[in-house]
Structures are given as structure tokens and as C-alpha cells.
Design a protein around this ligand. Sequence first.
Ligand code: ATP
Length: 269
Amino acid sequence: MKNSTSKETPLPSITLDDVGGLPEEMKEEILQTLEIIKDPDRSAKVGIEAPKGILLYGPPGTGKTLLAQAIAREIGASFFSSSGSAFTELFVGVGASRVRSLFDNARKQKPSVIFIDEVDALAGKRKTHGGEETEKTLTELLVQLDGGHDNEGILFIAATNRKDMLDDAFLRPGRIDFTFNVPLPDTKGRKEIIDIHTRGKNLAQDVAASLGILAESTSGFSGAEISSLFESASRRAIREGREQISKKDLDYAIDRTILGSTSRSLNDA
Ligand code: ATP
């Protein structure tokens, strides 16, 4: 059976500077963690071990995937990315064998980052989460995470919107050493994200002058929504044969984003 869950994933040229709106304390902790990973011998001398696993949790579209990519690039690691749902299989043993090959392949190309998005589909609480097959797959994940020396040079990063659903055994230190909340950005964070997504974009003067107000008026927007705002405004400008994003393009994009999230929450209700 073909298994695309265990292949190396091309890594976009993302650095930590491309991830906006992270709380200051978290940024510092991440930078410290990266220093430990980059120079494990020095860290070992002061009794600090490189982390094996990191959990990123928070609402959709806040930059968890982006952050995992940035971390992999900062430490010069190969990137193996997949989604928890890719391991939930009805066929006996397939989920567990996919987990095994993912770790085997990552070990062949270390240093590696293994990133699993929607990890709750794979590492949900055993009592409530489902049948025997799901449990076997989770057990295999726990075995692989406990891989001892084999896991030197492997950093496991998991992301979820539902931390409350995760199995306690999965969250145990040694498997998950750091847990970071990646929240919706506040006004300052939204301004940082707006600046990232307008880098190199041709903005009309009134648009460029109103980015601070835009940050204030987009409360509740995620990084992904802010990014799609500027994508949508750019597309409108191009459709109308212009190279510059006008205030009208941006207003149109804001309306579309707000409409999109309203219809989403109506559907969720
Ligand atoms: P999900 O929980 O739905 O998997 P996520 O938290 O992993 O979402 P990403 O996939 O990283 O979110 O974000 C999607 C896109 O939105 C990114 O590629 C980026 O363009 C933009 N984006 C999201 N958050 C940020 C951020 N904090 N800074 C800059 N851009 C962001």
C-alpha cells in the first residue's frame, strides 16, 4: 500500500521572523529551546537535555504549522509532516505500520523534525477515543517516541486544536517536554502579522497608512484569516487590471473574510 505519510515534506523558506503575534515569553522559550537543540553537548554540560517532543495547541490558523516549519529550518532539519487522521485506518495494523515507517524514515535523514497536525486523531484519550485499532496505533506512537538513542536528532512536534482530548500517556515528559499555547493574536500581534503579509506588496498610500487601524479592527481574526485577507485583496486588484492594492480591494476582502467566518460559525452551530 502506498504510504505518503512517511515521506519527507519540502520545507518552505520560513524563519521565525515569518511567524507573527507570538507572545514574547513564548518566543524566548522557543529560541532557548533551539539553542539547546543546536548545541546539545554544551547543554549537556550544564545538565540540560534537548527536548524530544513539543506540543503546539490553539485555535485553527494561528500559525502552528508555520512555527513547526520555522523550527525545522532554524535547526537545519529534514521535515516530515503529516496529519493525525492519516493514521486512523480501518485495516488492521496499517496505522501502526505507518507510524513506524514515519519514524524509520525520519531517523534515516536526521536531524529531522516529525510534525503531526491534528494529533488528537492519533493520540486521543484511550478510554473515550475509540476501538482497538486506534489504541494499537497510539501504542506504536508511544513506543516510537520512547525510542531512546535512536531518537537522538529527532524532534517530534505535534499540533492540535483540542489539547483536552489528548491521552495523558502521550503528554508525559520525555515524550512531550514543552507545551506551547499558540493563541489568536492581540492587536500588536495582528499588526506584526499584517506587516509580514504586506512585505513586498504594492499598497496604495491610504492602505499603507491605515494598517494600524486594520490591526485594531480585526479582533478575533487568526493569522490565516489576515493572510487570506491580503491574498483576496491582491486577487481583486489583479482582476481589475491594477498592480496596487486599493482601499476598496481591502474592504472587499474584509467583508468576504467576515462573511466566511460568519457562515462557518452558523454551520458549526
Ligand atoms: P490549523 O490548526 O488549522 O492546522 P495552524 O495553526 O497550523 O492551523 P497555519 O497552517 O500555520 O495555521 O497557518 C496557515 C497560514 O496562515 C500560514 O501559512 C500563514 O500564511 C498564515 N498565518 C497563520 N498564523 C500566522 C502567524 N502567526 N504569522 C504569520 N502568518 C500566519
